[in-house]
Design a protein around this ligand. Structure first.
Ligand SMILES: [Zn+2]
Length: 260
């Protein structure tokens, strides 16, 4: 059995502080990433996580221990397990919070962010949600993927905000980045880091097309009834996840309607 994921120092530039919100959807909890160039006095925090003062304090303590301060906070997307504390963290740090939408200073695909020698590139990866972003830490060939790719299991397309066609395009884009060697490791929003980025993105694409074929087969026999599809195709998934699986099924039915 693999040891439980607890976060910690992952690369020379990336440290994960695990938020105390474990669950079926959040795995061991949300990964709050602290990124800084070695020897720098400024850092970037990605996804401060749920509104939990002790968690935020642990992040600030870690940063203080390194003689640094937070100068920028980024959000991979607006779901509460990643972004609920963004306003409070902004108050505590005085640093701007950037994301797509929700009143934050906007980010867009291809934006470059430089903080005291640390270089990040914004990669728009819609699909899980419309506002999902990934961040490329080129110096480590690492991609911070939020909920687009998780450290274990597979991600969910939160239809109708999330869309399967967009999600597949995002996965293909990440696959191309692994093919070129630009990305070799995934630092996900939940669960352990993935050292084999190419393998995991291939698995995600295979899993998606497998599920899609299963949905197509059920629809052919039983019609497009959402619950019938969930019961059949997601029979292997714990029942507590069926409400979320239902959103993925709706995303797949929508995709099949537009890609017959
Ligand atoms: Zn999440």
């Amino acid at each position: 059995m693999t040891p439980a994921w607890v976060g910690g120092d992952i690369t020379s530039r990336a440290t994960c502080v695990l938020a105390p919100n474990p669950g079926a959807m959040t795995l061991e909890g949300t990964n709050t990433w602290v990124l800084m160039e070695p020897g720098s006095a400024q850092c970037v925090v990605v996804d401060p996580g749920p509104l939990d003062e002790q968690h935020l304090q642990r992040v600030l303590d870690l940063v203080a221990l390194r003689g640094a301060r937070v100068v920028l906070t980024l959000l991979t997307h607006a779901h509460l397990d990643h972004a609920e504390s963004a306003g409070r963290f902004g108050e505590l740090t005085g640093a701007p919070v950037r994301a797509i939408g929700a009143g934050h200073a906007g980010l867009g695909d291809g934006d470059r962010l430089t903080v005291d020698g640390l270089d990040l590139a914004v990669v728009a990866t819609p699909g899980h949600t419309g506002d999902s972003l990934s961040f490329l830490l080129a110096a480590e060939n690492a991609l911070l993927t939020g909920d687009t790719i998780l450290g274990r299991g597979t991600a969910v397309v939160m239809w109708p905000d999330g869309e399967l066609s967009a999600y597949l395009r995002s996965l293909q884009r990440i696959e191309a980045m692994t093919g070129s060697g630009e990305v070799t490791q995934i630092l996900p929003g939940h669960g352990p880091t993935v050292p084999d980025a190419a393998g995991v993105v291939r698995y995600y694409l295979d899993h998606r097309s497998e599920r899609l074929e299963q949905v197509r087969a059920v629809v052919a026999v039983r019609g497009g009834d959402v619950d019938a599809v969930v019961e059949t195709v997601y029979a292997d998934v714990p029942r507590e996840l069926w409400p979320v699986a239902r959103l993925s099924v709706l995303a797949q039915l929508d995709y099949l309607r537009t890609h017959p």
